[in-house]
Design a protein around this ligand. Structure first.
Ligand code: NOJ
Length: 742
């Protein structure tokens, strides 16, 4: 028997056994549903927040009116509540315990936006795996992550939790995180169900204000906001969460088109769709439901399986079924999805945390992985030959700025369970790892990012004057991004810019390291700094990672997952914009217009008088201590048919002195189409390690079927014509070559 035949037979056998297992689970679910009262069914759809092992909570569990609990993190309490569910409720259906484990449980990785800046999906997967291991050790089996909302508005606080502006990068990182959380088998006790959130379009909130309205044409929804959700659905994400916003007037928690037509019918997804916190009830406030009964009808009809802390289902559904206003089949469907998840998690067989004393928090392997992620998430934006710091030219170093020693703030948003005492700050790491070689002088100056204390600045300046180089750790406190923490002004808070100006006046080289939760407007700060690292909030091990980069024990390899604007008025500004009928050219800035100039529209193009047309730094940008050269792109053919593929190749050479990683990016443009298409779209990337002087030829497979877009008649198709291809170091560089699709 050939190896191939054996493989096919084995694959066939495993598919048969897999579908038998699935059938067996579906029969168990049906059997259980047939025994459930209507109250018990609706109880499964009710998700409550934890209140410890209170008598009230136990009574509700015993009565079978709670299906899952969020925010309970004590293993003994979890076991006790689970015992009541399994042993004292009529049918013994186990509970699921959920928590927002967003970028770590105890060991905190960089904020998701920072993880996206690594362009390293393996690291993101590893981060999620570690989070799952730590969280599951106390009994958490469901996390509300990853957030795969494409985010193009830096004012929106939740951009911190996103993978940035690009659908492809978000999809790749989202899938990696799902794999990490869920592991090889959801039933393993250290796997946790992931949740794709927030379905959908949440990142498009008007003016970057959280919970706000979105207006998204169907073609844009499908081309930009849905691909990341589709990708994680295909990768087997166990749950989805509705977003708070309305899209074109319909809140997601009542949006049949999204939740049924697309998620269930088109994508054939069979997991649990949970509302966001109170989002079913909030349909009253949106003004699409008159009261809580209306909201229950609208949400259940739209296929929302579980009501997170809204009490809308538990209060109304039973009555509505009895009155014939809600079909019990809708309830059965929701319960079927919820029970399926409980079976998939193995909770019927293993409902308890086996050994509540056995937790593996902050293991050294986990800390090393977090350090690697923090290192790869830092993006070098400028370097006038001051980095890496060398003992040859530098003897004493001033470590200043509000983020230099801010153990809680470097963890970023959505950190409920980690202890800041485990954070290693830049100051601690620099003292510990480099203190024997350099004289380290420290003075925060400003105590926190919003601080405006000029005396503090003066103290930092005095310290700077005594040093050979100044390391200025600036940024945002963790509380300035994340849910509901949006800003209309995205410049550095407090007197940080003023502090930089004063530091610069000392004449010492200044390196700015920005530990932040969003793209900030930093034109002046970059200009005044001799080197600039955009670090995001890097988590538990941010300090050692940044120290290694500053002193050359590591080489920067992060690339921006999001555009950095020059000024907030440019927002939304993103690389995959449309060309327009008058693409920017002949830019005349505001002060170059002659006084009294006559108005004419002749020759005018699309740009701002005060910002021009370019961002400060484009998507995909990031420098290294070495340099890379890219050969012209070579295509395996200059044309292909609708089912074809073409290979695109490029030789990348490390032309500098450091061994380093580089992210090689593939962009494509559909030059002429029936709907105007973006000027470039990311279609692939590879992160490789190249020794100094080494070259590698990188190839990408371009499949015709991936080059389509959504049309106004709601179909996806690829149109014939010219396509341009770039293989480049960021979204603005490189020379394109073309092929034709027949
Ligand atoms: C509201 C947030 O929007 C969501 O992301 C989170 O998972 C839930 N609350 C639960 O805390």
């Amino acid at each position: 028997m050939t190896k191939k035949l054996l493989f096919i037979l084995m694959l066939g056998a495993s598919l048969v056994s897999c579908s038998k297992k699935q059938d067996a689970t579906e029969s168990k679910i049906d059997e259980l549903i047939s025994k459930m009262t209507l109250t018990e069914k609706i109880g499964q759809m009710n998700q409550l927040t934890g209140e410890g092992a209170s008598a009230n909570m136990k009574d509700q569990i015993r009565a079978g009116v709670v299906g899952s609990i969020l925010n309970e993190v004590d293993a003994n309490t979890i076991n006790e509540l689970q015992r009541v569910a399994v042993e004292e409720s009529r049918l013994g259906i186990p509970l699921i315990f959920a928590r927002d484990v967003i970028h770590g449980f105890k060991t905190i990785f960089p904020i998701p936006l920072g993880q996206a800046a690594t362009w390293n999906p393996e690291l993101a997967e590893q981060g999620a795996r570690i989070a799952a291991q730590e969280a599951s050790s106390v009994g958490i089996r469901w996390t509300f992550a990853p957030m795969v909302d494409v985010s193009r508005d830096p004012r929106w606080g939740r951009i911190a939790e996103s993978c940035g502006e690009d659908p492809y990068l978000t999809s790749v990182m989202g899938v990696a995180m799902v794999k990490g959380f869920q592991g090889d088998n959801l039933a393993d006790s250290n796997s946790i169900a992931a949740c794709a959130k927030h379905f959908a379009g949440y990142g498009a909130s008007e003016s970057g204000k959280d919970y706000n309205t979105t207006w998204i044409p169907e073609t844009q929804l499908r081309d930009v906001y849905l691909p990341s959700f589709h990708a994680v659905a295909d990768a087997g994400v166990a749950t989805f969460m509705c977003s708070f916003n309305d899209i074109n007037g319909i809140p997601s928690s009542g949006n049949k088109h999204l939740n049924k037509d697309i998620l269930r019918n088109e994508w054939k997804w069979d997991g649990v769709l949970v509302s966001d916190w109170g989002s079913i009830d909030q349909m009253i406030s949106h003004g699409v439901c008159a009261n809580s009964e209306d909201a229950a009808i609208m949400a259940v009809d739209a296929g929302v399986d579980a009501d997170m802390m809204g009490f809308v289902y538990i209060k109304n559904l039973e009555k509505l079924v009895k009155e014939g206003k809600v079909d019990e089949k809708l309830i059965d469907n929701a319960v079927r999805n919820i029970l399926r998840l409980k079976f998939r998690l193995g909770l019927f067989e293993n409902p308890y945390v086996k050994d509540t004393s056995k937790v593996a928090f902050y293991a050294s392997g986990s800390l090393n992985a977090a350090r690697q992620a923090a290192e790869e998430s830092a993006v070098l934006l400028k370097n006038n030959n001051v980095l890496p710091i060398s003992t040859k030219t530098v003897k004493s170093i001033a470590v200043v700025g509000p983020m230099s020693d801010a153990p809680a703030d470097q963890l970023g948003t959505w950190v409920f369970d980690a202890e800041p005492s485990h954070s290693v700050t830049p100051l601690q790491a620099i003292r510990q790892d480099y203190g024997s070689k350099f004289n380290i002088l420290a003075e925060k100056g400003l105590l926190y990012s919003r601080d405006t204390n000029s005396k503090g600045i003066a103290r930092a300046v005095q310290v700077a004057e005594k040093a050979d180089i100044v390391l200025f750790f600036a940024g945002e406190e963790a509380i300035l991004s994340g849910e509901a923490h949006c800003r209309a002004d995205i410049s550095l808070p407090g007197a940080q810019t003023e502090m930089l100006r004063e530091l610069k006046k000392t004449g010492k080289p200044v390196v700015t390291v920005l530990m932040t939760g969003r793209p900030n407007t930093i034109s002046e700060e970059v200009e005044k700094s001799d080197a600039f690292i955009y670090a995001f909030q890097g988590g538990t091990m941010a300090g050692p990672a940044l120290a290694d980069l500053l002193f050359g024990n590591a080489v920067p390899s992060g690339k921006l997952p999001v555009t950095i604007p020059r000024m907030v008025g440019q927002v939304p500004v993103y690389y995959a914009h449309k060309m327009t009928g008058r693409p920017a050219s002949n830019i005349v800035m505001i002060n170059d217009i002659p006084v009294g100039a006559f108005q004419t529209s002749l020759g005018n193009t699309s740009y701002h008088l005060d910002a021009g047309d370019s961002p400060l730094f484009p998507f995909g940008y990031g420098l290294s201590y070495t340099t890379f050269s890219y050969s012209p792109v070579h295509l395996s053919a200059t044309s292909m048919d609708q089912n074809g593929k073409i290979m695109a190749e490029c030789k990348v050479t490390n032309t500098g002195k450091y061994d380093a990683r580089e992210v090689i990016q593939l962009y494509i443009r559909d030059k002429v189409a029936t709907l105007a298409q973006p000027v470039r779209e990311l279609k692939g990337f590879k992160k490789i390690m190249l020794k100094a002087g080494e070259s590698q030829t990188i190839s990408f497979e371009i499949n015709a079927c991936e080059l389509g877009f959504w049309h106004q008649d709601n179909t996806y198709s690829v149109e014939p014509g010219e396509f341009q291809v770039w293989i480049s170091k960021d979204s603005q560089s490189g020379e394109p070559v073309s092929f034709y699709l027949k």
